[in-house]
Write a protein that binds this ligand. Structure first.
Ligand SMILES: Nc1ncnc2c1ncn2[C@@H]1O[C@H](COP(=O)(O)OP(=O)(O)OP(=O)(O)O)[C@@H](O)[C@H]1O
Ligand SMILES: [Mg+2]
Length: 476
């Protein structure tokens, strides 16, 4: 549409413009009427003069009114948030109108830039808060949650926004501390509190009053740190130290008892001396294997976050273990039968650690298996490692090393506890079979490091089978 066509449409639609022209011409009309009445001007001349005035008014007023209308439309569109940047047809002839539009455009540009910065800032603030590992909660002046980062939603549930804090965190001590802030009795509070629902947790909270009320009405911010894991580790460490010192105390007490006997009652008894010295030797050997296992366990724990490297040949491991345990197997009148599938490649694993696991499982099979029976060692290739709770398993193909011995069925209660540190079945303690109770705990840690799995099956007919699953290759 051309400019002139646009203007005519505009005039038709805006009759107020005609009204305005007539209104502006009204005083002149009165002057002409008065002059005609006073015979100062003839009626025909008055009508011609009045018409001339009206035409002049139209000529001068039209552009101004037209541009004002355009300006009004332009600014109305801007205020409604429409994109008017492409409105190239806005042609302004009056200097004042052009200046007004330039000022309005500059203002619009300024605020839209400011808005972009604010939007970017809000987005980056949200991303930063969501990337924090610990929960961060914002509350309003009545204790309602008005903001929460991702860690909070993970810990307390997705739909917590606008809920009252006491509907989400069930701890009287914590809510009381928050209320002290809301009642303006203090500016900050810190406390350790415990939750029993939905799971048992030990948490540390820091509640801080904000110096001003934020955009989303937050008056205080709460940061929470989960101390549950640290508490469990502390307990595990103290249990471990208690167990380790208890296990060491027993052989030490035996040794010191015999030393005393040798110094007193058995001072001149050659036969007793030899017998007691043999027992003392056995006990020191036990102590040294206990210390060795303890060191091995702590070393493995230190390595737990690094994936094993290097290629390991499982055939070689079986050869090494069979050789190391051949004498023990002979003494127990058991023989080791080995079956290895042809398609077993070298796997990504720590050679010495895997050898330690296979050696302990084979040693257990000899120690706890029925004498005069075979121990079957098999290696096969499987498509997937069976899933395990609370540990990372590598997907993809794996090698399965199974070690089976004959013997009575292990009860389900015992099966569930075999990999616990220092756990030994009562019947084996009663039979005085020596062991530290750490071999399977070490094996489990090694297998976790390799992202594999350890399973146990036991029944009276087939005996007991421990199977180690190890991925053929490991990926970060
Ligand atoms: N093949 C098995 N058959 C029956 N019971 C077993 C077998 N393997 C392990 N156990 C039971 O599990 C317990 C824990 O085994 P683990 O290898 O951890 O310790 P250990 O053999 O007692 O000590 P260590 O390995 O230091 O010699 C054993 O004491 C035994 O009671
Ligand atoms: Mg063992």
């Amino acid at each position: 549409m051309t400019n002139s066509a646009k203007k005519s449409v505009f005039i038709e639609k805006n009759m107020r413009f005609v009204d305005r022209v007539l209104l502006l011409s009204l005083p002149i009309a009165f002057i002409f009427i008065f002059m005609v009445a006073a015979n100062m001007l003839s009626a025909s001349l008055a009508v011609i003069s009045y018409a001339t005035c009206v035409i002049f008014n139209i000529i001068f007023l039209f552009p101004i009114t037209y541009e004002l209308q355009q300006l009004r439309q332009y600014i109305t569109a801007l205020s409604k948030g429409s994109d008017v940047s492409s409105d190239k047809e806005l042609v302004l002839e009056e200097n004042d109108s052009r200046e007004i539009i330039n000022a309005v455009n500059a203002m619009q540009k300024f605020w839209s830039e400011k808005n972009d910065v604010l939007q970017a800032q809000t987005l980056s603030d949200t991303a930063v808060l969501d990337s924090l590992p610990d929960p961060l909660i914002m509350i309003d002046n009545v204790g309602k949650i008005c903001g929460a980062n991702l860690a909070t939603r993970v810990m307390f549930g997705k739909k917590i926004s606008n809920k009252s804090l006491d509907e989400v965190i069930f701890s009287n001590n914590f809510i009381e501390a928050v209320n002290r802030i809301l009642r303006q009795e203090s500016d900050s509070e810190s406390l350790i509190f415990y939750l029993t629902k939905p799971i048992e947790q030990k948490l540390y909270a820091h509640i801080k009053k904000l110096p001003y009320i934020s955009q989303d009405n937050a008056v205080a911010v709460i940061s929470i740190y989960d101390l549950t894991k640290a508490m469990k580790i502390e307990k595990m460490q103290s249990d471990f130290v208690a167990n380790a010192s208890h296990e060491l105390r027993t052989p030490l007490a035996i040794i010191s008892g015999f030393i005393e006997t040798l110094q007193t009652t058995a001072k001149n008894d050659k036969e007793a001396q030899e017998k007691f010295l043999n027992i003392m030797k056995e006990q020191t050997e036990f102590m040294s294997s206990l210390i060795e296992n303890l060191l091995s366990l702590s070393k493995i724990e230190l390595m737990q976050d690094t994936l094993p490297e290097g290629k390991t040949n499982l055939h070689k491991i079986i050869d090494d273990v069979s050789e190391a345990l051949s004498l023990k197997a002979d003494n127990n009148k058991t023989s080791l039968q080995v079956f290895i599938d042809d398609n077993i490649p070298e796997i990504t694993a720590d050679y010495n650690q895997i050898k330690q696991v296979v050696q302990n499982l084979t040693d257990n099979a000899i120690k706890y298996g029925t004498p005069n029976s075979d121990i079957i060692i098999k290696i096969s290739r499987v498509n997937q490692i069976p899933p395990a709770q609370n540990q990372k398993i590598q997907s993809g193909e794996a090698a399965a090393i199974s070690i089976t011995n004959k013997g009575p069925k292990i009860s389900d209660d015992n099966l569930a506890r075999l990999t616990e540190r220092f756990y030994r079945m009562q019947e084996h303690k009663d039979k005085n079979i020596k062991g530290t109770g750490l071999g399977l705990a070490i094996a489990k840690q090694i297998i976790i490091r390799h992202r594999g799995n350890l399973t146990v099956k036991s029944n009276a007919y087939e005996g007991t089978t421990f199977t180690i699953y190890l991925p053929l290759s490991l990926e970060e």
